[in-house]
Design a protein around this ligand. Sequence first.
Ligand SMILES: *[C@@H]1O[C@H](CO)[C@@H](O)[C@H](O)[C@H]1NC(C)=O
Ligand SMILES: *[C@@H]1O[C@H](CO)[C@@H](O)[C@H](O)[C@H]1NC(C)=O
Ligand SMILES: *[C@@H]1O[C@H](CO)[C@@H](O)[C@H](O)[C@H]1NC(C)=O
Ligand SMILES: *[C@@H]1O[C@H](CO)[C@@H](O)[C@H](O)[C@H]1NC(C)=O
Ligand SMILES: [Zn+2]
Length: 961
Amino acid sequence: MAKGFFISKTVGIVGAIVGVAAVSTIIALSVVYSQEKANNNQLTDEGTTSKPPVTTPAPSNLPWDKYRLPKSLEPDHYNVTLWPRLTPDKTTGLYIFTGDSSVEFRCVEETDLILIHSNKLNYTKFENGHLATLKSVSGGKAPSIKSSWLKVETQYLVLQLDGKLTKNQMYQLSTKFTGELADDLGGFYRSEYMENGVKKVVATTQMQPTDARKAFPCFDEPAMKAVFHITLIHQNRTVALSNGEEKESSNINMDGQAVQMTVFKPTEKMSTYLLAFIVSDFEFISENIGGVLIRIFARKPAIDAGQGEYALNKTGPILKYFESYFSSKYPLPKSDQIALPDFNAGAMENWGLITYRETALLYDEEYSSNSNKERIATIIAHELAHMWFGNLVTLRWWNDLWLNEGFASYVEYLGADNAEPDWNVKDLIVLNDVHRVFAIDALASSHPLSSKEEDIQKPEQISELFDAISYSKGASVLRMLSDFLTETVFTKGLQSYLDEFKFGNAVYTDLWKHLEKAVIESGTSLPSTVHEIMNTWVLQMGFPVVTINTATGVVSQKHFLLDSDSVVTTPSIYNYEWIVPIKWMKTGEDQESVWLNEKSKTIEAMKASEAQWVLANHNVSGYYRVNYDEANWEKLLTALANDHQLIPVINRAQLIDDAFNLARAKIIPTVLALRTTKYLIQEREYMPWDSALGSLDFFELMFDRNEVYGVMQEYLKKQVTPLFEHFKNITDNWETLPTGHMDQYNQVNAISLACKSGLEECQTLAKAWFKKWMDTKINPIEPNLRSTVYCNAIAAGGAAEWEFAWSQFKSASIAIEADKLRYALACTRQPWLLNRYLEYTLDTNMIRKQDATSTIVYIAGNVIGQSLAWDFVRARWTYIFTQYGGGSFSFSNLINGVTNRFSTEYELQQLKQFKEDNAETGFGSGTLAVDQSIERTIANMKWIAENKQGVLKWFQDEVKP
Ligand SMILES: *[C@@H]1O[C@H](CO)[C@@H](O)[C@H](O)[C@H]1NC(C)=O
Ligand SMILES: *[C@@H]1O[C@H](CO)[C@@H](O)[C@H](O)[C@H]1NC(C)=O
Ligand SMILES: *[C@@H]1O[C@H](CO)[C@@H](O)[C@H](O)[C@H]1NC(C)=O
Ligand SMILES: *[C@@H]1O[C@H](CO)[C@@H](O)[C@H](O)[C@H]1NC(C)=O
Ligand SMILES: [Zn+2]
């Protein structure tokens, strides 16, 4: 899956106008999983409910009380026919689907019990009086079914037999069932949208991680690979899609209705979580590249407007790139990609039928910013990478999810770079993943990448793994690995790994074995095995700060904790020491590499002369922070001030980010960190500016309600004015766009910061553009600048501006435009408008369910909206929790988002009270976030107490005329 609620850098910075600074700690994921209803009563017999017999006292050790399947049965193939209804049932008013399914499986251990996953499905009884029929495939007689019932808690259909299944025999189990096609974004669900005033319904799926069992009974674990023969029944004039190619389509009569039946060619051997079934009346565009049919599907008006073209242009080349990167042909005859109006994650890598949020696939020159475009290219690359890494070779169990997601999150940059070579997009992993996850992984409440298989059992435990650690830390350490092995060795190991395990399953250490083999063959020298080096990064949480004393040459490492007072209670077998690859340089000398594989050692070469500075972690290819002796810091600051180009651009961004975080951790003085921003007056590059804005976000959050705020804005205005002027000049007074991708980003930063810090020329410009739009109804604002301009104009305006933006939001013809407005609507300074907007978030006619939590977080990012959003979330917690899913990722975003600014005793007490009051309802996947928020609030309080005076004074001195 790709990250769900994406906060683009540009939006994040823009947000700072009213203080949305949450970006760095927001975990960019949100898949809402359906919540088991307490009194779910699922067993039906042709419409009449019969209660599942209460058989087992809990807790117990019976097989159906365990969340993992027994190892006795292995599926071979399934035949599944599903019929989703796109109009509500006349009697119940429910949208439903009906289906029948049969699965052929092998008995690998004698047993008289069949457990197969099933969730929220109602079964039709057969003549045998049971919920299923069983027959032997290889001749002979199958034992008969003694009892059949549903175990709701562990999501099983349970069949007890009156005799044993024979080892190595094949059997076939058949069922008929009905399920609800709910709007819950999980399993087989429905998405709705309006087209020319007519409501349209799409039936679609999101199976990962454990919702295939909501569509049909199946052995729903990633290692239970099988072949799937899918048939979809659907209304006339709709299109049915699934993982395989359409084999035939015919008109049939079902229950007196003339409908179509589409049969798909059997899939490859694959995991259940990668299945997809979609019925819609979407249109498509297509292309055949090297024998692979590539199709982009979307709503008809979107296709007619050419919004699928960019995706179509890029998919073929990226697919070809990965074929060569993995040295493995794309194994399917087609690759469909479809944009859905309602979709919770960013995208999902269903094999052969990838699903996307509309904003992650549809591009329109008139509406899309360069950031939107970059996201489309990277997300397509992310999902296509999964076609091999994840789909062809699948991790055995969810505990290794980090490898699957971390890998795709790393190579998405390689794929996008191949598709758009002028962008330098590979560098951005440092801002988007490394720096972002550092913020979370530096907390004592972080967790290691790898989990034990036995610790991950329940669906909500699986869902909790889809976090920034798995995605961004996974990506960062794999990038480091590829860097120290070299890309040639890395891809060689990767290729032989894929070749050994294709159509099967692996564990993460299997990849290390193949990489080790490639290391030996290439003669690369490492201080230890790949396995031992990587264990230090994978099995313990956090990362080190490497300290270099350039006077003595002593290099040492220490677990970096953002809050120096926090206590790490989880022991690590590596004692929080890492095997660290260090690439470093000295003024005027070549880059060198060295390993730090002990707590501390002396590296003579790192001793610097009076005139030399040392800089380590070249291009931030390593997953660690760097600190220096004071003299070296001074020399680096001087270098920045005198000739900043001497330091590579990524490292300029690093120096700022490291300094601010080292200061947070009380390793260096806060004033030293602030001094890294002084040279920005000469800086024109995006990455250092963005790093500074990200670092200052925290200052913004801590000070935007007190007297430091004014003088801080004055300083920032002084720093950003030359940048603003620079962009004004190179764009011919805002008439054209800067040519480079990064320059376009930095133009947005310049405008956001200039407007926010009160540069009048900027504010006037934003207001005038917006007014022109309101007056003429023709939008004159360049797409790249829209988020920031909308936000500034709405913040400066009143109800008229807000209502205008709302009407534009409701009538937007492309989700990318709607998203910019949805964000900007949170920028108003009118409490009543903010409160009303909060109410809208829980009304699906106003705000789609997929967007609810991110909208609340946007509002909380506004200094005025903060307390309103917190009150709102507190008051509605039970409702939000039950309606928006128990096992969802988005709760951690929500809780972190609304409590980000907390820094007072009063807020701490409220947070503790909130935890206590809702102990019974619980926080689902937000549980950890509640504790992290408490930890963060305490740290913030201390930080303000210790730093406020010093920071105030520093800013005052800097702005003195
Ligand atoms: C699936 O359908 C095929 C073709 O009709 C048939 O040969 C096979 O036995 C069926 N398998 C199951 C499990 O129903
Ligand atoms: C399944 O059965 C339950 C209990 O009778 C009922 O409430 C629910 O609506 C049924 N679902 C469907 C999709 O028919
Ligand atoms: C569905 O389409 C088929 C062939 O296109 C046609 O024969 C049939 O009448 C249609 N049924 C309805 C209800 O429109
Ligand atoms: C897609 O490619 C075609 C042909 O190269 C080009 O004309 C078109 O502008 C491209 N469209 C987009 C949106 O990139
Ligand atoms: Zn993914």
